[in-house]
Structures are given as C-alpha cells and as structure tokens.
Design a protein around this ligand. Structure first.
Ligand code: ASP
Ligand code: MG
Length: 410
C-alpha cells in the first residue's frame, strides 16, 4: 500500500472536461490499496482573473491583503469541489477539503503566508474511510482562522508540505510541461529535459525565475526528504525527479541550467550619505513591508562628499510598495533622487559544479559580450551567477549563454 500525493496545476484543471480527465487518469493509475491525496490549484487563469476583479475596485488591491486572501482562496475551493464530484461521478468515494480542513496552519502574513504546521488528522480519517482526498492548494489558515494564501504558485508548496506531513511515499507534481529543462524551452531552442536535479540546484533555478516550481516547495521537499517528481498531466512519460543527489545521469556538467526572470524592477536611491546605518534604514523598512530585495549594489559615488548610491532589484509586484517605502526613507535621508526602471530582466546560470570552476562566470560574461549584450548588475551565490540585462535582450541572452554551456549536439 502506498500513500501518494499528486498535485495538479491550474492548466491541468482549466475546464470541467480536463477535471474529468484528471479524475480518470488518477483512477486508471491507482493500485487497489493506494491511498491518494490530490492537491489542486484554481482552474486555468482563475487567480489572475480574481486579481483583475479586485483591481476593478482599487488599482492596488494588494494593500488589502486579508481581503485578497478571502477572494483568492475561492479559486481553489471551486476546483476541489468539482474534482471531488468528478471522482464520485466515476464511482469513487472522494471528499474535498479546504486548506483549513486539511490542517494547514500558516503565519498571518496575508498573500505571502508561510506554512508553520500541518495537522492532517482529517486527511488521515478520510483516507481510512476509503476516500480520495482532494485538498485546496495555495491556502491555509492563521491562528485566528483567517484564510492565508502562500504566494503565487503556492499549490506546489501545499502539495510537498502535505506529502511531508503525511509521510507520503511519493509526491508527483503534474503540470503543463513534461519536466525541468536546462532552460525554458519556449525561450531556448536547444533546452534539454533533465532526468534528475538536486534540491539545491532546483531551489536556485526556481528562485532565479524558472517557473516550474515555487521555491518554497523545493525547500519543503529537502526538509522532509521527499523526492518530487515533476511531470506532464497530458502524457505518461516520466518527468524530472528533484532529489538529494544524482543517481543516474553523468555529473560532468559545469552548470545545470539557465534561468531567467522578467518579474524584476530596478530601484536606485541616488545621493545618500555613506555612513553606518544607511543600508539598514532602507532595507529594514522594506523588510517590515514584506518586500524581498534581490540584487544589491552600493557604490561610492563621490569620495569627497562621502555620498553614495544604493541600487537594488525587487519583483514587479512589489514595486508599488517598494516605491512608497523607499520614497519615505529617501526623504528622511535627503536623497537626491529615487529612480525606477522596469524594462530589465535577470539571466542566471545555476550549478553546484561551478564551485570548483572559477572560469564559469567568465564564460557566461564572454557569451554575453559576444552577443553584444550589456550587463547592468552582477550578483553571485555559491552555485549561481546572475546578470541584469535589458528586457528586450533577455531571450538573446538566455540563448547565448545556453549555447555556450550546452552546445548543440551533432
Ligand atoms: N492558483 C494560485 C496561483 O495561480 C496557486 C497555484 O496555482 O499554485 O498562483
Ligand atoms: Mg499555478
């Protein structure tokens, strides 16, 4: 007997027909004694549409985060009810559970919640009664019982965390792509599907923009030691397994993949005093507003006047909040100006192999320079190098770098 958690994303349940197909597929693959938990996202573009609806009331609805959560959690509630009905229509006992009913406890940071504890007592009870349990992804409840969502793409995190809490045998993430690629195949023509990738590398790829998995979900997988199988809803081909270490593929690659991120904005605070506490002033204000800051560069602008500039990137979604917070701090610091640039993108290489290969970053810069692409900001981690480039050159940059590290065969 196996306990299996399967997650189906929005595109897999976009229509009632697709929901029926998901139910049929699960039943056709189910062994008689398997216990199955299915985590689902909202149908198709539902979440986007709900956000748009809210924007009809206020153009920046994310200032009302609790109400956004009240609104957004309805999306997943629709799909769990319909999928449970689909199972019942096919003669299979099934029950739908909201995040709350499934025991997902989160902190109270609305729209960016984090799972703090899972008490899946009800899930176990329903499984023991012979039900397939359909759980709403992307949502949990805080201490007060208020709904909290886990950030865009949060259903992945719900699924992996639930698999961990249930001590599931496997966790399968069904999506509209058939695995993890060395770059986004829609952007890099030569991108190849990987059989395996480590948690660390996948986490870095996800953080740097590979949209396949929400970064938190990969962290959860590592924490619970649950291998995550990312695969296609529409075929039965095996996909990519995210796990601790490689088991089958050659490990002689220098980098594992190329990631890109268009959801970036650059903010520059110009002409601020170069004195202790300035970075703290700016970034603690942003942290208090729950804004994640990514690349940070501080430059000495003028040695004589001891004035400097602080340049950093945030996600486009966080830009309105960032601007508001930074304008206030800039006033206080008597900064000369706050500049915002939206037409930028981040291109990154990822791979644990680059730790012992100092030439890797140089190869990336070489590929960009040969393509005539200017680098605006560079940042590095132990297993990645990222470059900020102009948005309109992003595709070219991804291809140039990918061709450098994954030359076309034949
Ligand atoms: N429905 C949510 C979103 O679109 C959660 C998810 O799909 O994972 O972000
Ligand atoms: Mg999604």
């Amino acid at each position: 007997m196996a306990l299996i958690v399967k997650k189906f994303g929005g595109s897999s349940v976009a229509t009632t027909e697709k929901i029926m197909n998901v139910a049929k597929r699960i039943l056709s693959e189910k062994q008689p004694n398997d216990q199955i938990v299915v985590v689902v996202s909202a149908m198709g573009d539902t979440t986007d549409n709900l956000i748009e609806l809210a924007q009809g009331i206020n153009k920046d609805p994310y200032q009302y985060t609790r109400e956004m959560d009240m609104l957004l959690t309805t999306g997943e509630q629709v799909s769990i009810a319909l999928l449970a009905m689909a199972f019942q229509t096919l003669g299979q006992k099934a029950v739908s559970l909201t995040g709350c009913l499934a025991g997902m406890k989160t902190n109270d940071v609305h729209t960016k919640g984090r799972i703090q504890d899972i008490q899946p007592k009800r899930v176990h009870e329903e499984l023991d009664k012979g039900n397939i349990v359909v759980v709403a992804g992307f949502q949990g409840v805080d201490e007060k019982g208020d709904p909290v969502t886990l950030g865009r793409g949060g259903s992945d995190t719900s699924a992996v965390a639930l698999a961990g809490a249930l001590k599931a045998d496997t966790c399968e993430i069904f999506t509209d792509v058939d695995g993890v690629y060395t770059a986004d195949p829609r952007v890099a023509k030569g991108a190849r599907k990987m059989k395996e990738i480590t948690y660390n590398e996948m986490l870095e790829m996800a953080r740097l923009g590979a949209g396949v998995m929400q970064p938190r979900s990969v962290e959860m997988g590592e924490y619970f030691h649950i291998p995550i199988h990312v695969r296609s809803t529409f075929t039965t081909e095996p996909g990519t397994i995210i796990r601790e270490d490689y088991t089958m593929e050659d490990k002689d690659f220098v980098i594992r993949g190329v990631a890109h991120d268009k959801d970036v904005a650059k903010v520059a605070v110009l002409g601020i005093p170069n004195t202790p506490g300035i970075a703290f002033e700016i970034f603690s204000a942003l942290a208090d507003a729950h804004v994640d800051v990514d690349m940070i560069v501080q430059s000495i602008r003028n040695v004589e006047t001891n004035i400097t500039d602080m340049v950093f990137t945030v996600s486009l979604t966080d830009l309105p909040t960032t601007k508001e917070v930074v304008d206030k701090v800039a006033d206080k610091l008597k900064a000369v100006a706050v500049l915002v640039e939206k037409d930028v993108a981040k291109v990154s290489i990822v791979g644990a192999g680059m730790l012992g290969n100092p030439g890797t970053a140089a190869r990336m810069f070489g590929a960009l320079s040969r393509a005539g692409i200017n680098i605006d900001i560079i940042s590095t981690s132990e297993i990645s190098v990222s470059c900020l480039v102009r948005r309109e050159q992003m595709e070219e940059a991804v291809n140039a770098i990918h061709d450098e590290f994954f030359p076309k065969k034949g």
